[in-house]
Design a protein around this ligand. Sequence first.
Ligand code: SP5
Ligand code: ZN
Length: 342
Amino acid sequence: MLVVTSDDHLAHHALELDSTNLIPSWETPTRVDSVRRAVAPDHRFVGPGELDVSLLHAIHDGEYLAFMAGVWDRWVAEEAGPAAMGVAWPARRFDQGRRPTALRGLLGYHGFAADCSVVGGTWSAALASAALAQTAAELVAGGERAMFALCRPPGHHATRDQFGGYCYLNNAGVAVEVFRRSGVERVAVLDIDYHHGNGTQDIFYERDDVLVCSIHADPAFEFPYFCGHASETGHGAGEGYNRNEPLPAGTELAEWLTAVDRCVDAIRDAGCGAVVVSTGVDTFEADPISQFLLRTDDYPVVGARIADMGLPTVFVLEGGYAVDALGDNVAGVLNGFEAASA
Ligand code: SP5
Ligand code: ZN
């Protein structure tokens, strides 16, 4: 399989609010090295093409994109701390619609969580990461059976107009839009990251041309806490085109696979013509911030399930924070897919 990757992520390493301190984010530059090392023997690397900014405007709010492009310079001019982040967010009974003017206010308006901040290299890395997803989808739309976009930063928590959960631009959403523009009438997103893909859900919630399926830790006990419930099934034209499979802490392969299979069935039933796989492997038993119990040997099994759908497939990297094992776990998904496709 072709793997789209670049070094443009290197200057991005954000800070996150741990229980009481700002710490270097679990989402580190070394994650890319781990994946490259593990996939190198069986796959080939290619670089990205030029980003088509109109794809970002298709899935993100224009004011959000403009704010994010300038936020670091504004932060340096006004505050000059090591990382820009919000301190207040529009909570219950606050005015959701009004956009403040102050930098701190805008950081709260365009962000949703204190696990995520902006540093000097963030925006260029986010744009480059989106370009990887775009290139992967373009090559698959052009006839490749499958591609892997080694995206960093990840994307599935980024909503239309908010960053959070280590995500700034929704890379999976970019790949979806490429498929739609290439003529695929309905695209599936299969999100196997440990966390609910709230951003992808948000972006496509009212659309019936994109079926979004996410298998994840129950938000009752896990980030992002406020969405990802099974009752969230889409809205308006999108009713029935959003599927959530929340699972308890301690979930192992057998139970996790039954949820994957329900999603695979839904993707088949909806007649999707391509699938974007939000490939987080933070379901791993030794992941430092997660509570599922998948093992390295389990990942080829899910890769095979995805291959069995027989659809043009773009894998985009999402989470996975056990850095030493991250590469082997990702390689497991890709190798399981290829073995089942052969
Ligand atoms: C893309 C992705 O996987 N984003 C995940 C964002 C999760 N952020 C919240 C992390 C909370 C970490 N708490 C650490 C406890 C370690 N003992
Ligand atoms: Zn995750």
